[in-house]
Write a protein that binds this ligand. Structure first.
Ligand SMILES: [Zn+2]
Length: 327
C-alpha cells in the first residue's frame, strides 16, 4: 500500500482490558521512547501567556477540526426505506451498471445480495458529504466509493461508518497538513474525514488481483476506528470476541513482518498495527484464495470479524447478525 498514509487515533481507553492488553503489547513493538529521557522546559514568555495561547489554539482547533466538520451537512439515514419512486429506480439502474463494471465484488454477487448492496450504496452515499478537490464532481464517483464501503461492511448490521461524515475525493496523490509526504489516501480522526485519491482508487479496482486497493485500505482504517476507538456502531459480543481472536492471530504475523521476513502480506503492514489491518483487508478481498491457503487462521479471524467470507457465493456468514431481514 505504498506510499504511506496516516490515521490519527485518540485513545485506547475504550478498549476492553483484555483487548487493550494485547494491543498495548503490539504497540510496544514500535515504541521508541527512551526511559528517563526528560528535558527541563524553558519558557521564552511568562507561563500565563503560554497558557492563554494554548487555550486559544485549543479552541481554534476544536472549532476547525471538530465543531465545524461535525456540523457539516449530514443527512440522517437510520434505516433503508423501500424507495420505489421512478427516480430511485432509474438511479438504481445507473448504479447497477457502474458497480457491475468497476467493482468485481459486486459483479460476483447473487441477485438478492445485489439488491441489498444497491440499497446500502444509496443509503451510504446519501449519508455522506462528498467534497471534490482539483476535479469536477461526477455522480459515479461517490457511487463507487460508497460501493467500496458497502463491500467491506457487507456482513455488518450497521454500515454507515457514522463517525466520518465527510469524504474528500482528490484527483490524484497529494500531501496534507503542510507535510511533504505524498499519499494516496488517509483517514483523519480529528476532522472526521476519509480522504482518497480518485486516480488511485479507480486504478486499484481495475487491477483486482495485486492486493493494492486504496479504497478498501482507507475504509478499513475508518471501520477499525469504529471497532477499536470510536462509536462502536456495531457493538456486539460477537465483534468483541472476534476482535480478540483477530488480535491474537495477527500478533505473530505482525511480528514476522516487523522482522522483515518475506511475506504474503504487503511490507507496508509492518509499519504499525493499523497498517497491518489495512493491508490485510486489501489481500483479504483481492487475493482471498491465496490468503486462506497461506494463513488460514488470520483469514478466518477476519471472516469472523467482518461476518463475511469473500470466497463463498453467499458472502455473509450469519445473516441475522448482519441484520439481513431489515436490510
Ligand atoms: Zn494506511
Amino acid at each position: 500500500m505504498p506510499p504511506g498514509d496516516t490515521i490519527i487515533l485518540n485513545s485506547l481507553d475504550q478498549l476492553p482490558d483484555s483487548i487493550r492488553h494485547i494491543v498495548d503489547s503490539l504497540l510496544e513493538l514500535h515504541s521508541h521512547q527512551l526511559p528517563g529521557e526528560e528535558k527541563v522546559p524553558q519558557f521564552l514568555f511568562p507561563q500565563w501567556s503560554i497558557f492563554l495561547f494554548v487555550l486559544l489554539v485549543a479552541w481554534a482547533s476544536a472549532y476547525f477540526y471538530i465543531i465545524r466538520p461535525a456540523s457539516a451537512k449530514r443527512k440522517k439515514v437510520k434505516e433503508i426505506p423501500d424507495d420505489d419512486t421512478a427516480d430511485s429506480v432509474v438511479a438504481g439502474i445507473r448504479y447497477e451498471q457502474w458497480l457491475n463494471k468497476y467493482n468485481p465484488y459486486y459483479a460476483s454477487l447473487q441477485v438478492d445480495l445485489k439488491k441489498r448492496f444497491l440499497k446500502r450504496v444509496m443509503a451510504f452515499k446519501e449519508s455522506k458529504e462528498f467534497r471534490f478537490h482539483f476535479m469536477q464532481p461526477e455522480e459515479f464517483i461517490p457511487v463507487l466509493i460508497s460501493g467500496a464501503a458497502v463491500q467491506l461492511t457487507f456482513g455488518l448490521r450497521h454500515f454507515l461508518i457514522e463517525y466520518f461524515p465527510v469524504i474528500n475525493i482528490i484527483k490524484g496523490e497529494y500531501s496534507y497538513s503542510g507535510g511533504h509526504k505524498i499519499v494516496e489516501g488517509h483517514v483523519q480522526v480529528d476532522n472526521r474525514s476519509i480522504n482518497i485519491s480518485w486516480n488511485n482508487f479507480i486504478q486499484d479496482y481495475e487491477d483486482y488481483t495485486d492486493s493494492q486497493n486504496v479504497g478498501l485500505h482507507e475504509l478499513a482504517h475508518a471501520v477499525s476506528f469504529d471497532f477499536l476507538y470510536g462509536f462502536h456502531e456495531n457493538k456486539h459480543p460477537h465483534y468483541e470476541e472476534g476482535l480478540k481472536e483477530y488480535i491474537q492471530v495477527a500478533a505473530p504475523v505482525f511480528k514476522e513482518l516487523r522482522q522483515g521476513k518475506p511475506h504474503f502480506l504487503d511490507d507496508y503492514g509492518a509499519l504499525n498495527v493499523e497498517e497491518f489491518w489495512a493491508v490485510s483487508i486489501e489481500s483479504f478481498f483481492e487475493n482471498a484464495l491465496e490468503f486462506r491457503y497461506k494463513m488460514p487462521g488470520l483469514f478466518n479471524a477476519i471472516c469472523e470479524l467482518l461476518n463475511q467470507d469473500p470466497l463463498t457465493n453467499e458472502k455473509i456468514i450469519d445473516r441475522s447478525l448482519a441484520g439481513f431481514s431489515s436490510t
